[in-house]
Design a protein around this ligand. Sequence first.
Ligand code: ADP
Ligand code: MG
Length: 696
Amino acid sequence: MNVTRDTPLTDFPGVGEARGKKLEKLGLSSAGDLLSWYPRDYEDRRNLYTIRDAPLEGRVCVQAVAAEHPRLSRIRKGLELVQVKVVDHTGALHLTFFNQSYMERAMKAGEEYVFYGTVTEQGRRRAMVNPILERADKQSFTGRIMPVYRLTAGISNHLLASLALRALPCAEGAAETLPQYVRQDHRLAAAEFALRNIHFPEDEKALELARRRLAFEELFYLSIGLGLLKSRRNSEGAGRSVPPRPQAEFLSLLPFAPTDAQRRVMDEVAADLAGSRPMNRLVQGDVGSGKTAVAAYAGWLCAKGGFQSALMAPTEVLAEQHYRSLSRLLAPAGVRVGLLTGSMTAAEKKKARAALAAGEMDFVVGTHALISDSVVFARLALIVADEQHRFGVAQRAALAAKSGEGNVPHVLVMSATPIPRTLALIIYGDLDVSVIDQLPPGRTPVATYVVREDKRQRMYGFVRKQAAEGRQAYIICPAVEENPDAALPGEESPALNLKAVKTYAGQLQKEVFPDLRLGVLYGKMKPKEKEAAMSAFAGGQTQVLVATTVVEVGVDVPNASLIIIENADRFGLSQLHQLRGRVGRGQHPSHCVLITATRNLEAMERLRVLASTTDGFRISEEDLKARGPGDFFGNRQHGLPRMKLADLAGDMRLLSEAQEAARGLLERDPRLSAPENRPVLDRVRRLFADTPDIFN
Ligand code: ADP
Ligand code: MG
């Protein structure tokens, strides 16, 4: 059979229509697809033992001769046994196969085989149950390192491995898709070697070389793609050039002295705004670090320069809160701040829209709907996205048209989710990053405790005490259906023990806090109900808010001094840190209680990290180590391609090498128009295939 990358898998022996369909489910339809279906793990089947020397632990290979013809017996309906004795010069091994009656015919007395399985010992008798076997002169899956693939129902690892083995010859003709000098500079294996050894490694060293080459390749194409995006941004149109003004003029409006970090970031933003290249900046700063002041500064600069700005908040309540604080701050300076949210009356909305279109409003605050098609701006220069975790590459592209007159708005994204800088650069792709790495003085850190179930009553007592002092409390429950990722891998999901928010709230109100006013808030509520629940809590009408993580980016309720997180071990550390940031916003000493029933020591250890530090970056590094980068709001939502081999958290060194190589290539050939770079362009296009509108 002459296999090329395009050979359909249904041409392979053993793959009929049914299996072909199942393989397609995995995204595998051609030989080439299969070669890029990298194993998720490996099984070392190289150790060959004699029957007597075979260890009794772990799976091993034993080479032996069948001493008899296999015997088939039916124990009862649905249970068939095939038994056979095999021997070598050191002794005998008794094999049993359950419900594999074909084994009776698969083996012949006198033939030599290699068996792969676990050797057990009963008395002096050695045995193996359900081994994998191959004729000794026809070994393909024993005596070597075997790939372990991700599977789907009806597709076995054995099938995928045999298909991969058959597909391998087309790796020989695999075009080298990395430029020669890149391979040389970074000591990378050739494409063919890498493909062969990622599937069937000769040894550990070869596997490492293969993995390094292929991971580099992914990161390289990712970096090239992001580089192209960035240069496209530079050429897609000018931003409105906002003239600089003395910072002191703005600072005199603030009721506090800014931190050095805030000043630095303000400078960075002002410099971006003054240029004609559209700003695309992420301001990252821990909860409470004062990001709003930076947004206010940017809006103020634009207004003073005669331009408009828009701030998008994730919820209406948050939008209203921003609206109030921004107008308080900026109205005295003559900036016309307005609000535009879904719950305003039709007439109010119409008026706000008209003001924006006429240029009679300088700074509009609203939710995502704000930038819906019906809103027209007179001279939009700046869009601020506050806590929009899912504000990625694609969303930015959608906004590009709003500025009018061929201009592209400056974009400022603000996020409290602290992610390591290198990772931010990947996730946000082409954003520039500013970090507010300093909290305003005088903040008392939120006292954090990890407690077990036996302290539950005491904890309820604590809630009551806080309420008696006039404070408010959050109680957070994981919502299984809303956040399936909250469960740690490898842990069973005791869904029944999880506090389901609605039931739990009802129970608390009735049995524990009949004397307190409880509110409830979860993702599936109607937007109106959600807003109502949040404002009732913000306004102090409810004393305890029982909620899911939807409060993660919530309103500022300075009077809330206590947050209790149920099943805390089910959350990522960064998320817990984020939740903890809901309290400690006022002058009252604040507390965070993490309840857990976990017996997992590592989980306990992770929670203790949180109790011992308030450094968001330290916490996110820990999180990254334990859970990988997927948990930082999922790459997919950012429109970035998924990496198959490269580990964005673990391969930082390799990533910076790949970035450097990508920069080098783009410097020589900024649009990849040279014929020899065609394969690279093709690969980048394919990698970004899911990201709409990036390369057209
Ligand atoms: P976040 O970064 O979480 O958005 P905010 O901008 O909401 O933080 O600021 C949190 C609180 O801290 C606000 O009440 C704000 O007025 C106050 N604040 C911000 N910067 C300073 C500062 N430099 N000194 C004192 N208080 C500040
Ligand atoms: Mg904020």
